[in-house]
Design a protein around this ligand. Structure first.
Ligand SMILES: N[C@@H](CCC(=O)N[C@@H](CS)C(=O)NCC(=O)O)C(=O)O
Length: 210
């Protein structure tokens, strides 16, 4: 199986986390976002959105990170990241969809403005930063409150929901995501970051500009 990805991409990270945790070997192929390779014809043929990640499993091409997470889990006998009971699965799906629609969307605005742009020497747009901070302060408290007294997002064990949400905060440091006030969220993120899969999927930072 091939994964077209970029090492600094949080959307790619959540797929790598699942594959690593489930010990699914992936041939990793970098699509260089800094050279706009994602918009070139070969990659657009894989994903008309011009985005990473994209999985190619023997000609079955799948884009959208959370769909790929589910595919990898479902093809793995005995896995526990995606519950098999209807309600457990519904709960995981609830947080996956919420992550895509709200938490990750909020974090992405800030990651782009405060980190990605800096790699090209561009300044953040204060209007966009304010918009991102507004979204972040709307949704982060929801996750923080949910995590009070919990170890993991759904049930008693690690699920796709943890990997999906934690990936949204993967660049919390360099993007200075405002998580300081959310103690439950920070404690949970620390637990995810202690998992071997997190360490094994850590991105290599881009080379420093001279
Ligand atoms: N909803 C998509 C989002 C994918 C996405 O936005 N990927 C980013 C990298 S984290 C990307 O490819 N950006 C390139 C671009 O926007 O040109 C998913 O979950 O896979």
């Amino acid at each position: 199986m091939k994964l077209y990805f970029h090492p600094m991409s949080g959307n790619s990270r959540r797929v790598l986390l699942v594959a690593t945790h489930l010990e699914i070997p992936l041939e990793r192929i970098v699509v260089d976002l800094t050279k706009a390779e994602q918009r070139g014809a070969p990659h657009v043929a894989r994903n008309p959105n011009g985005r990473v990640p994209v999985l190619d499993d023997d000609g079955f091409v799948l884009w959208e990170s959370r769909a790929i997470m589910q595919y990898l889990a479902e093809r793995t006998p005995g896995q526990t990241l995606l519950p098999t009971d209807t309600r457990g699965r519904a709960e995981v799906n609830r947080w996956l969809f919420w992550c895509a629609a709200h938490m990750s969307a909020a974090a992405t605005v800030l990651v782009f403005e405060k980190f990605v742009k800096s790699l090209s020497g561009l300044a953040p747009d204060p209007v966009e930063v304010a918009r991102g901070e507004g979204l972040f302060s709307q949704f982060a408290p929801v996750l923080d409150a949910h995590l009070a007294g919990r170890t993991w997002v759904v049930g008693d064990g690690l699920t796709l929901a943890d990997f999906s949400l934690a990936s949204s905060f993967a660049l919390a440091g360099p993007a200075r995501l405002p998580i300081a006030d959310y103690a439950n969220l920070r404690a949970w993120l620390g637990r995810v970051q202690e998992l071997p899969a997190w360490t094994r999927t850590a991105p290599q930072p881009p080379p420093a500009k001279g």
